[in-house]
Ligand binder design. Structure first.
Ligand code: ZN
Ligand code: FE
Length: 265
């Protein structure tokens, strides 16, 4: 089983898992790079996983489904091209002998879901690729998605749920936003040595034209300000930036951190 990010548009990744004969793709915003990868590898498309309804994640679904008959799995509470199997928290998706667990992660969109493949006996065929997480536009490396349809409290709870997964989880995000996110993270936590080291690592990858993803969840806990909004360093920085009252709740701090990033250039 191998995992590759197929670049699409300016900075999207369409994730492909394949076993040499069959493939799964996640969030195919464009069908063309998927058709190319299928032809190149002489692969059959078995399934399409969709994390949320945005066109840059769903634009290729209809054409791929029509051409291959691949089963589509998507968020129960969102509108994506029909037909698809509607999934929400606690549901599972079985494809190519792999079992994905569905986690509700509202915030970026109201019905956003994640697909988590645990490293258990059932997923032995995945080898060292498990545990694996497809989190769409909710968790990015060193960042998180914008709050288009949800509240800060929802996004914070969603990120908490993802942060609780095993530290060796490979984090497959929907966009290559890492370097821009790291510039912001450095502004929030200039004294974070893990962040400095990770930034150098990612800059070297990008200089070679390589993706910074997948990332490791353990690394995200050390460098991602949106997973660290309760850390003293981040709290102090957000309070100083936004002038929050001392009584500000966790979700208020998170909201101020997200707003700071929205305004950051
Ligand atoms: Zn999106
Ligand atoms: Fe997106």
């Amino acid at each position: 089983m191998t995992l590759v990010p197929l670049p699409a548009f300016a900075d999207n990744y369409i994730w492909m898992l394949q076993d040499g004969r069959n493939a799964i793709v996640v969030d195919p915003g464009d069908a063309a790079p998927v058709f190319e990868a299928l032809a190149r590898g002489n692969l059959q498309l078995a399934a399409i996983l969709v994390t949320h309804h945005h066109p840059d994640h769903t634009g290729g679904v209809a054409a791929l489904h029509a051409a291959t008959g691949a089963q589509v799995f998507g968020p129960a509470r969102e509108t994506i091209p029909e037909p698809f199997t509607r999934l929400s928290q606690g549901d599972g998706a079985e494809v190519l002998g792999l079992r994905f667990e569905v986690i509700d992660i509202p915030g970026h969109t109201a019905g956003h879901i994640a697909f988590f493949m645990p490293a258990d006996a059932h997923n032995a065929v995945a080898g060292e690729l498990a545990p694996l997480l497809f989190c769409g536009d909710t968790l990015f490396s060193a960042g998180c998605g914008r709050l288009f349809e949800g509240t800060a409290a929802q996004m914070l709870a969603s990120l908490d749920a993802l942060a609780a997964l095993p530290g060796n989880t490979r984090v497959c995000c929907g966009h290559e936003y890492t370097l821009a996110n790291l510039r912001f993270a450095q502004t929030v936590e200039p004294g974070n040595a893990d962040l400095t080291q990770y930034t150098a690592h990612c800059e070297a990858l990008r200089a070679r034209g390589e993706p910074t993803l997948p990332s490791q969840l353990a690394t995200e806990r050390l460098v991602n300000p949106f997973l660290r909004s309760r850390e003293a360093t981040v709290l102090r920085a957000v309070h100083a930036h936004a002038g929050l009252s001392a009584q500000a709740a966790e979700a208020d701090v998170f909201a101020a951190l997200r707003q700071w990033k929205n305004d950051f250039r």
